[in-house]
Design a protein around this ligand. Structure first.
Ligand code: GDD
Length: 409
């Protein structure tokens, strides 16, 4: 039996995702027409003998209730949301629910960050992990030396694949091999986290009884039940023949900003060609609009046959796309109306927004920079013939003048 745990974090963690996270928890934001967390969940389905999937986070339970019950029915695997009262850190969160996770005595526990986009090669990781025989195996990937410092950098033995050295987001370059945030562990991981947590408590206790510390409350250490998987567990265990690495040659990205969600939506759409071709508009043969490349159109959306759509476009539920419109690389959320001859490029259009006739909503297409795409929050109205370039517009604004490179508060 195997259990999978997906870390979904909580509201304070999603701040870089504004204004989109004002409406919906980041893990439920749609990529390729499916909630972000749906992609790792459906990848878990390929794990042999999968018993349970747990989502652990500190969002309100009701925010996940509907999704969790519908996905459990769809996958025929129980999916449960477990709410932490407060953040415990990635390892602390896992440890907090150890009794529940170990309930049916699983042999292995998969742990996945929800904000990564990849092909989640979980069966391959499990196979590699079984041959290595350690306590855990990390999915790793080579990235450019310039971008590596945003992630956990690591050194692995080229032959045995053992994790030899691990540094989280180092200031000086260590390695271009990085941690993808996808792991498989044996239940011994709980002993390792428990040991660290006990050490932290002992240290905090010693500090507390020192009078110097008591006089300076600002110097008190962080809460003792907060354990980070990377710094507190992976770093000290590296080089002890307990952790191993499995390198992926497929795509991998981290989704911290709306710009990256647009890029990752495109990556998942491209993957659908092999995994779920019936979800692509070009593959279902029912949409009469002019479709170019990978496009997802929700069955309830109404698209005029003269619209030209793609590549990398997602049109969500009940959206209406008018005659003569052109959509390229964008996410159109639920209940949006796009009027005749409007053009939308490298943009995310928020729920219930309305885009006027002959208007143009466009981003520069640099997905990693702050104003590289245009983002409209919920309920934004763009009047007819208005041009918005590289803008972020907060919810419920009406735009009647053209604007470039601005954040409209
Ligand atoms: N439930 C819960 N509780 N989830 C948490 C908590 C917590 O207290 N803290 C973080 N998470 C979740 C986040 O939502 C995210 O999915 C995952 O755990 C990791 O988040 P962070 O700990 O903030 O780390 P990071 O995303 O900056 O970097 C980690 O992931 C990278 C890969 O995406 C590190 O492990 C890096 O080394 C790694 O490269």
């Amino acid at each position: 039996r195997i259990v999978a745990v997906i870390m979904v974090g909580g509201p304070t963690k999603g701040t870089r995702f504004r204004p989109l996270s004002l409406n919906i928890p980041k893990p439920l934001f749609p990529l390729a027409g499916q909630p972000m967390v749906h992609h790792p969940i459906s990848a878990c389905k390929k794990i042999p003998n999968l018993d349970q999937i747990y989502l652990i986070g500190f969002y309100e339970e009701r925010e996940f209730a509907l999704y969790v019950s519908s996905i459990s029915n769809e996958l025929k695997v129980p999916v449960r949301y477990l709410k932490e009262e407060k953040p415990h850190g990635s390892a602390g969160a896992l440890y907090n629910f150890r009794d529940l996770i170990m309930e049916n005595d699983p042999s292995h526990i998969f742990l996945l960050n929800c904000d990564v986009c990849c092909s989640f090669p979980l069966p391959e990781m499990l196979e590699a992990h079984r041959t290595y025989g350690g306590m855990g195996t990390l999915l790793v990937i080579k990235v450019s030396a310039e971008s590596a410092s945003q992630f956990g950098e690591l050194v692995a033995d080229p032959v045995t694949k053992e994790l030899l050295h691990y540094t989280e987001k180092p200031e000086t370059f260590v390695s271009d091999l990085i941690n993808c945030g996808v792991y498989v562990f044996t239940p011994e991981i709980f002993t390792a986290i428990g040991d660290v947590s006990t050490q932290q408590k002992d240290r905090a206790h010693l500090k507390h009884i020192s009078s110097f510390e008591a006089l300076q409350p600002a110097m008190r250490s962080p809460p003792t039940d907060f354990v980070r998987l990377d710094q507190d567990i992976l770093s000290p265990l590296a080089g002890k023949k307990q952790l191993f690495t499995h390198e992926t040659m497929d795509f991998w990205e981290q989704i911290k900003t709306p710009g990256m969600s647009l890029k990752c939506s495109g990556l998942y759409l491209a993957q659908f060609r092999f995994t779920y071709p019936h979800l692509l508009a070009s593959g279902d043969g029912t949409k009469s609009a002019n479709i170019i490349g990978d496009v997802y159109i929700h069955p309830s959306a109404k698209v005029h046959p003269s619209a030209k759509i793609g590549p990398n476009v997602t049109v969500s539920a009940n959206a209406r796309v008018g005659a003569g419109t052109r959509l390229i690389s964008c996410i159109i959320l639920d209940d949006v109306e796009i009027k005749e001859n409007a053009v939308i490029i490298h943009s995310i259009v928020g729920w219930k927004s309305s885009i006027g006739k002959w208007s143009r909503v466009q981003g520069g297409g640099d997905y990693s920079s702050k104003l590289g795409i245009t983002i409209l929050g919920e309920g934004v109205t763009v009047e007819d013939e208005v041009v918005l370039i590289n803008c972020i517009v907060l919810p419920h604004k009406t735009m009647n003048d053209s604007v470039q490179e601005e954040i409209i508060l």
